[in-house]
Design a protein around this ligand. Structure first.
Ligand code: IPE
Ligand code: IPE
Ligand code: MG
Length: 245
């Protein structure tokens, strides 16, 4: 832990989390319950993304990171991957203007260069258009895997050591954090997973070291502003200790 973080732990806890991450899970089960194709669940999931991103803004949360596609989700059938990519296209096209208007800083974590060229171009354009913004951060995890992120960080540091630009002893938690894709985001305070599953599924493993974890049974397409407000209230009741008393 950095000195700044250690000092910060001595401060009274602010009740509002600065950075919330959500593992948006349960779209498939939501659809299954309704005898609908899985893609219909993902479509309803996009509506939940809209509700929750707006709610996060009105609550004053500085950064919201949403797990939309993991580095392991390539294991799904091609048609489902296609449906997810199509929805991502629609979401960017339909919601970019609102993000620009609301001063949202869009960020992407994960290697989206593996996506179709038109989608990569669309995402690059969205990032460029929100780049001048100074407001809340919306980070979308696309082809993201925390283990990949840490491997990349390790390789970059190793390269620097090999080039003689860095001493082995200079590799510390701060040096690793500076290589993570979340380096511009505030520390992760709260990690929420919907749908009753209680695992991290390779999401923000390093960043979750001292995050509060909240697992809720609600399926992602049913999640809304009230649920986020309840999560923030639950966070306010937690006592964070960071190893101290
Ligand atoms: C989460 O819902 C969305 C993505 C992983 C893209 P799922 O598709 O995992 O839904 P379940 O877990 O099968 O219900
Ligand atoms: C995690 O959900 C990934 C996203 C929400 C994008 P999964 O549904 O893919 O996770 P597992 O496979 O149940 O662990
Ligand atoms: Mg799932």
């Amino acid at each position: 832990m950095s000195e700044a973080q250690l000092l910060a732990t001595g401060q009274p806890e602010l009740s509002l989390p600065r950075h919330v991450a959500i593992i948006m899970d349960g779209n498939g089960r939501w659809a299954k319950q309704r005898h609908l194709p899985r893609a219909a669940g993902h479509r309803a999931g996009v509506e939940a993304v809209r509700r929750v991103t707006r709610a996060a803004r009105s609550l004053g949360i500085e950064a919201l990171t949403l797990y939309a596609f993991s580095s392991e989700n390539w294991r799904r059938p091609e048609d489902e991957i296609g449906a997810l990519m199509g929805l991502l296209r629609l979401f960017i096209r339909s919601d970019l203007a609102e993000m620009v208007r609301d001063d949202v800083r869009l960020r992407i974590i994960g290697d989206y260069s593996r996506f179709a060229p038109d989608l990569v171009a669309l995402l690059d354009d969205a990032l460029a258009r929100t780049a001048p913004n100074t407001g809340p951060i919306l980070a979308i995890a696309l082809n993201y895997g925390a283990q990949d992120e840490l491997v990349t960080a390790a390789r970059r540091l190793a390269q620097r050591v090999r080039d003689g630009a860095m001493a082995v002893e200079a590799i510390d938690a701060e040096a690793i954090e500076a290589e993570l894709e979340t380096r511009e985001l505030p520390p992760l305070d709260l990690m929420i997973r919907t749908s009753g599953e209680q695992r991290l599924s390779n999401f923000l493993l390093w960043q979750a070291a001292y995050a509060e974890l909240l697992f809720v049974d609600t399926l992602w397409p049913d999640y809304g502003a009230d649920d986020l407000a309840a999560a923030v209230a639950a966070f306010g009741q937690r006592q964070r200790r960071y190893g101290g008393l």
